[in-house]
Design a protein around this ligand. Structure first.
Ligand SMILES: Cc1c2[nH]c(c1CCC(=O)O)Cc1[nH]c(c(CCC(=O)O)c1C)Cc1[nH]c(c(CCC(=O)O)c1C)Cc1[nH]c(c(C)c1CCC(=O)O)C2
Length: 345
């Protein structure tokens, strides 16, 4: 189907656009009272994510309410470990928790490469969303990067240090690689299935990239992201590796189309490291949205000026924080959309 607002896809292709497209990581979620109302109608996050009609509804909410230039399918990166045989729970105010984790070689026997049948609820949600969007904006599919998924499967929950997962890289690199191979194979199947169901592009979230030293990042993360990028020939791929400024040059050499930047990354230096043949996405400090309206406009303009409208997709440098006022998000979106990309050259 023809996409009416295809700004995002055109920026990715390197085409000239009249203005910079904008969306927000974690836009489908708790910032909107409309989301909380739908979530409160079911037992919790997991049931919502597994009910395709409702997942589609909350995917479209930010397009209707915030006016963003793309939708991102409502799901979570942790559906992949679940489909591999490690179910998770979402504990109120604490985040994800895995009753079973991977600690040694015997645990690997209990898991498998994900069966896509087990993720059919996500694919169904994508199909319903596409129909309901009716080509208004592109739909983004996503998955976690293998290293970030590994970190949850080994640690069993969120952590400041992910020390169990980091210890495994040193103590048992062979087992680590086996698990990363299984996650990578699962992720490739899953992302291809998302594109098959209608996702126009996909994003890989490497949320815990920044806790690894460069030598481990290269060996245990980048190598697997590279495999995914090489396998995903059907749709554009965005790589967002939070905190991996040290690896930007190598990320720039991946077979991907867009590189996401967090707010610690200097825009000019990032552009030099990544090169000019990829789009850049980001990178307003998410905490700017706690500031006054005047400051939000100021910092948004500053960010747009730094990217100079050249192959830029505006976003925050990480997911929007749950306690941000949706009116502030709307102001950010409107500010980006009110500015001509080319006038900034
Ligand atoms: C690390 C990670 C996770 N999930 C995700 C990441 C990578 C991005 C990042 O670094 O933030 C990605 C994700 N999670 C969710 C989406 C939906 C699409 C979107 O709007 O971006 C996306 C893209 C829904 C969600 N995933 C989660 C919620 C909140 C659940 C609820 O209370 O409704 C939502 C809407 C829960 C979740 N899921 C995860 C955590 C750590 C938590 C708890 C903390 C938190 O809420 O941010 C794992």
């Amino acid at each position: 189907m023809q996409i009416k607002n295809d700004l995002l896809l055109r920026v990715i292709k390197g085409e000239k656009v009249d203005r910079t497209p904008v969306w927000l990581m974690r836009q489908a979620g708790r910032i909107l009272p409309e989301y909380r109302a739908v979530r409160n109608s079911v037992s919790g996050f997991i049931e919502l994510a597994k009910t395709p009609e409702l997942a589609a509804e909350v995917t479209i909410q930010p397009v209707d309410i915030l006016g963003v230039d793309a939708a991102i399918i409502f799901s979570d990166i942790l559906v992949v470990p679940e489909a591999m045989g490690l179910p998770y729970e979402m504990v109120e105010k604490r985040g994800p928790w895995f009753p079973k984790t991977i600690a040694d070689a015997s645990d690997l026997k209990k898991i498998r490469i994900a069966d896509i049948e087990e993720l059919s609820y996500v694919l169904e949600a994508i199909k319903i969303t596409k129909k309901a969007l009716n080509g208004r904006v592109p739909l983004i599919g996503f998955a976690g990067a293998p290293w970030t998924i590994f970190a949850y499967m080994v640690e069993g929950s969120g952590s400041k240090t992910f020390s169990k997962a980091r210890a495994m890289l040193y103590r048992n690199p062979a087992l680590s690689h086996k698990l990363l191979e299984m996650i990578t194979a699962s992720t490739i199947k899953y992302l291809k299935a998302q594109v098959g169901a209608g996702a126009n592009l996909v994003q890989i979230f490497d949320s815990w990239a920044g806790i690894l030293p460069p030598y481990h990042y290269r060996e245990f993360s980048l190598k697997y992201i590279e495999k995914i990028c090489n396998a995903l020939t059907e749709a554009p791929v965005t790589v967002f590796a939070k905190g991996a400024f040290f690896a930007l040059e190598e990320i720039g050499q991946l077979n991907c189309d867009t590189v996401g930047l967090d707010w610690n990354m200097d825009v000019d230096t990032s552009r030099q490291l990544v090169g000019t043949d990829k789009a850049l996405q980001g990178n307003l400090d998410p905490a700017v949205l706690y500031a006054s309206e005047k400051e939000i406009v100021h910092y948004t303009h500053q960010m747009l000026n730094q990217f100079k409208g050249s192959r830029h997709i505006a976003n925050l440098g990480h997911g929007v924080y749950p306690d941000i006022d949706p009116e502030k998000v709307k102001l950010f979106v409107k500010t980006v959309q009110g500015i001509s990309a080319t006038s900034k050259d």
